[in-house]
Design a binder for this molecule. Structure first.
Ligand code: SF4
Ligand code: SF4
Length: 303
């Protein structure tokens, strides 16, 4: 009986899907360089880009798209001119000034609140799905990759992040992958909140600057609000050794796992330009340090 229980536990362990999300307090900290390096190092994983407002992981992953679908971010009002009796009720009621004097709806201004449609006396306005972007499932030299593109001037990136994560999870389940590595959004807004909910582990990438420390503290607090104890690594630690030390002290005092320092390295930019991961491009100190961080993450994730 005991043996059977152990077998079941083992099976449950195998079917557990870890979601590692890499985030930063602000953009430009080298998050994508680090995520792409993990793509080189990790096995049996799916990559996902949830930095949908500034998606750039695809530049390194060089994806071959095998499935694409529209992302419906909400609804928009559509006015049928043939039915409209020009009473002006909708213009009067639209709080967003989306309906112009010629009874045309300017789509970018429409918030999809449905008020105009509800009060139109002749039912000339209908609410239709609004395509706000696209979601892609691709093959890459590192395995499957789920990514997205938000339409121009489109919002709802939090909802799109949730969709990308759902797709990645489904793909992982279907193909028995036990890890999803996510390039998360910078900052503390909707998209990053959508990335954190339900994540298994969080790695925060920070830089030794005063604003970097301030932003890191905010994302540490945010992660803790989701009951996730995040790990921290410093990129370009050598541009300010003193502030790097402060980050390490902060981590120690606040029981945050400190996973390593990465040096300033021009090869990271050169690798991006060559559309390679830093692991593929160089075997220098940066690559060695990132391998060390990955080993610690593997231990934490128990993979
Ligand atoms: S409320 Fe309906 S009928 Fe009146 S102007 Fe608007 S669309 Fe036309
Ligand atoms: S759905 Fe709302 S925001 Fe859009 S046009 Fe109608 S009233 Fe204006």
């Amino acid at each position: 009986m005991e043996e059977k229980d152990t077998d079941i536990e083992k099976e449950e362990d195998m079917s557990k899907i870890n979601e590692l999300i890499v985030i930063s307090g602000k953009g430009g900290t080298g998050k994508t360089t680090i995520v792409s390096a993990f793509a080189s190092l990790a096995k049996n994983k799916i990559m996902a880009d949830c930095d949908v407002d500034a998606a750039d992981l695809h530049l390194i992953m060089n994806p071959e798209i095998r499935h694409r679908e529209n992302f419906i971010g909400g609804t928009r009002a559509v006015l049928n001119q043939d039915k409209c009796i020009k009473c002006g009720k909708c213009i009067e009621l639209c709080r967003f000034d989306a309906i112009k004097d010629d009874f045309c709806i300017e789509e970018p201004y429409c918030e999809g609140c449905s008020v105009c449609s509800y009060f139109c006396p002749v039912k000339a306005i209908t609410m239709e799905d609004s395509i706000s972007g696209e979601i892609f499932i691709s093959d890459t030299r590192f395995g499957p990759f789920v990514h997205a593109k938000l339409g121009i001037a489109q919002e709802n990136s939090g909802k799109l992040v949730t969709e990308v994560r759902k797709k990645a999870k489904k793909l992982a389940e279907e193909n028995k992958f036990n890890l999803i590595i996510i390039d998360g959004s910078p900052g503390t807004g909707c998209p990053v909140i959508a990335s954190l909910a339900g994540a298994t582990s969080v790695l925060i990438v920070t830089e030794p600057t005063l604003s970097g420390i301030h932003d890191m503290k905010r994302v540490v607090e945010l992660s803790k609000n989701f009951s996730i104890n995040p790990s921290v690594c410093i990129n370009k630690y050598d541009i300010n050794i003193e502030l790097s030390k402060k980050i390490e002290d902060y981590c120690m005092k606040n029981s945050v796992d400190f996973y390593g320092r990465l040096p300033y390295d021009e090869n990271t930019t050169k690798a991006m330009v060559a559309r390679k991961t830093i692991i593929e491009y160089s075997s220098g100190e940066f690559s060695n340090s990132i391998k060390g961080i990955w080993i610690k993450l593997e231990e934490k994730l128990e993979i």
